[in-house]
Design a protein around this ligand. Structure first.
Ligand code: 5GP
Length: 202
């Protein structure tokens, strides 16, 4: 069986990666969503095991020592990590997996993961980011300003990615991401002989 592809979306806060990831999963329900581990506190509508696995710092550190994470990062003072086993099992069983992560984690993935990846960096204009974060009303103004400042620094990670998608208009951004995904799946170099020769008539 052909291995699956690891799709990675990263973006500064408010650039719309979560919305785009949701749209993508709705259109392509066979893609697996990776549920990360985090030490941050659970928010109002979140569910443990669905949005994140919420763990304490002690447990998270033990998981780091045990090599359980494909990648992990400290973000706004909390730890976040991707399960190595989940990614490996899914990819080996031919499933594509979507990771929505902070860009700090990407270089760790490239060091540890030899399979096929599509890395997409999503950006939006700073005024638009501020407007979205304020409307989302999940953080205080101080937290929003911290996120915007961190976002400015994160843009330098874009060079580690394969594609840059500007999310000014959601529909356009979605179409671009979809085009990248579909084109990747048409690459002959990733097909086996059966994929190609089944189209040769007798
Ligand atoms: P939030 O706390 O708002 O859910 O997420 C904060 C940031 O952490 C977001 O940019 C999100 O994409 C990122 N994030 C979530 N899970 C992971 C993970 O497993 N690894 C990394 N590196 N970043 C993550």
């Amino acid at each position: 069986m052909k291995d699956g592809t690891l799709l990675i979306f990263s973006a500064p806060s408010g650039a719309g990666k979560t919305t785009l990831a949701k749209m993508f999963m709705e259109k392509y329900p066979n893609i697996q969503d990776s549920v990360s581990y985090t030490t941050r506190a659970i928010r109002g509508v979140e569910v443990d095991g669905r949005d994140y696995f919420f763990v304490d710092t002690d447990k998270f550190n033990k998981m780091i020592s045990a090599g359980d994470f494909l990648e992990y990062a400290t973000i706004h003072g909390n730890l976040y990590g991707t399960s190595f086993k989940f990614i490996e099992n899914s990819i080996k069983s031919g499933k594509d997996v979507l990771l929505v992560i902070d860009p700090q984690g990407v270089s760790q993935i490239m060091d540890r993961f030899a399979g096929r990846t599509i890395k997409i960096f999503i950006v939006a204009k700073i005024d638009e980011l501020r407007r979205r974060l304020v409307n989302r009303a999940e953080e205080s103004i101080d937290e929003i300003n911290t996120r915007l400042e961190n976002g400015k620094k994160e843009i330098c990670f874009a060079c580690d990615y394969d594609y840059l998608v500007v999310n000014d208009k959601l529909e356009d951004a979605f179409n671009k991401i979809e085009a990248v995904y579909l084109a990747e799946n048409l690459k002959i170099k990733y097909m086996n002989d059966d994929d190609i020769y089944k189209y040769v008539g007798e």
